[in-house]
Design a protein around this ligand. Structure first.
Ligand SMILES: *Cc1c(COP(=O)(O)O)cnc(C)c1O
Length: 437
């Protein structure tokens, strides 16, 4: 059969094919410890890997020596400063994953014709390392970031890896650099930003599935972006759409972000903090502007329905338009556990009905006009839980109520609950302690 005849059923072009790659990866990962791993025959090099799996236990160390203590108070909290070390791991389609290495932070060596530099074959993750009030280091639900990274990798034709091994590598880097960069006592309540990254360093201009890739993990300083007083969001217009249904807005792939930078820069120049990404839906005769997410965070509104009950509404993930945020999921989980009708007796807040569903600007405008909008907030690792004060839409600034002056009451309680877990004020399975070296 000729290669083109193999492709005529078109199945390799669908999102289902990516899902199949992922399923195959999962199956291969499950059998990683079994000696007999089927080699791929070259015709179906999916997201699976044919050889060695990623193995954190084979990590080699090349540590910087005699580092003086850090003057913590005077380190600028800006995103261009990385810590002392990074972890790298090379993959090739013929060997699989080579032993990862913990090395001094520094430049990568990459060929000018590398796939990532031309075809954006890159995906990444973002999570924070917190110095708790109890002086322990913690990550927040890191297994969710690892899982999402595998989904993103499959979407962009990058290799699969064992989720636990990635989490172990992340933890290792945090354990090594955490002590110096988040010094005990000095840095209580502070955090670093962890950025696992996967790029195709495959040196070929061929527009094809890359045959080599580099995983690397960085720790960086990061500005405090959580804002009190309310974020000012500028709604995107019909000619600037971040992601479409059936697209790949759900994946944390670099290709989703570069094209948004001009719009967010424009929003900032006009005095707004972020873009509220709308998705025009022209199916119903008129155009409905669906609300998706805000910058690199998910978007929530709390509104009183016409039935009188209070709803927590956020865009659904099924259309694959928005990122399946860890913060988003955690807020929904906590709301279900602590603020639903059956559980809210413990809280002073009115119980919430949780709705992951499509929401359009018209509904928000109406709720504001009729006094039914309770509050709005954005949620993600970077902005944490930030109340939204203004949404600029069709030439007008819509004021979002903030019951407590500089925040809504629900945003405040979600923020407190999450911070308690991240900084160890309460013991919770989502706060994963990093044992320092
Ligand atoms: C990362 C990201 C989020 C938030 O996800 P978290 O896991 O909560 O940090 C939301 N939207 C976009 C577009 C993102 O890139």
């Amino acid at each position: 059969m000729s290669p083109s005849a193999e492709n005529t059923n078109g199945s390799t072009l669908t999102d289902a094919a990516v899902a199949k790659d992922l399923a195959k990866a999962n199956a291969t990962l499950a059998s990683d410890n079994v000696a007999e791993v089927k080699p791929t025959n070259g015709t179906s090099n999916g997201a699976s890997h044919s050889n060695a799996g990623l193995d954190a236990s084979s990590l080699t160390y090349n540590l910087k020596s005699n580092l003086p203590p850090l003057d913590f108070a005077n380190v600028p909290k800006t995103a261009n400063i990385c810590t002392d070390h990074m972890i790298t791991a090379q993959w090739t389609s013929s060997t699989g994953w080579q032993a990862p290495a913990l090395v001094p932070y520094g430049p990568l060596s990459i060929m000018p014709n590398a796939s990532v530099l031309h075809y954006a074959t890159e995906c990444f993750e973002g999570m924070k390392l917190y110095r708790g009030y109890d002086n322990k280091l913690r990550l927040f639900r890191p297994s969710r970031n690892c899982k999402r990274m595998l989904v993103s990798a499959a979407r962009i034709a990058l290799p699969a890896f064992d989720l636990d091994e990635l989490e172990k590598l992340i933890t290792k880097l945090c354990a090594v650099d955490g002590a110096r960069w988040l010094p005990k006592d000095l840095a209580k309540g502070a955090f670093l930003y962890c950025r696992p990254t996967l790029i195709a360093d495959f040196p070929s201009l061929g527009v094809q599935r890359p045959q080599s890739a580099l995983l690397y993990i960085l720790l960086s300083q990061f500005p405090e972006m959580a804002k009190t007083g309310g974020l000012r969001l500028m709604a995107s217009e019909e000619d600037t759409i971040r992601a479409h249904e059936g697209g790949w807005g759900f994946a944390k792939v670099g290709a989703n972000y570069g094209p948004t930078l001009a719009a967010s820069d424009e929003a900032r120049k006009r005095g707004y903090d972020q873009v509220l990404w709308l998705l025009p839906n022209r199916m119903s005769g008129k155009t409905v502007m669906e609300v998706t997410e805000a910058g690199a965070s998910n978007f929530f509104v709390v509104l009183r329905g016409k039935d009188g009950g209070v709803k927590l509404v956020t865009a659904p993930i099924e259309q694959k338009v928005i990122l399946d945020g860890v913060t988003r999921r955690s807020i929904l989980d906590l709301a279900a556990e602590r603020l639903s009708k059956s559980s809210a007796a413990k809280s002073e807040l009115e119980p919430l009905e949780i709705q992951e569903r499509k929401l359009d600007m018209q509904e928000i405008v109406e709720a504001v006009e009729e006094g039914r909008l309770v509050e709005a907030f954005a949620a993600g690792t970077a902005y944490f839980v930030s109340p939204v004060g203004v949404v600029h839409f069709q030439g007008k600034d819509l004021q979002m109520p903030m019951a407590k002056g500089d925040t809504g009451a629900y945003a405040e309680v979600f923020k407190t609950w999450l911070a308690d877990i991240m900084y160890g004020n309460v013991e919770h399975e989502w706060g994963v302690v990093v044992d320092e070296e």
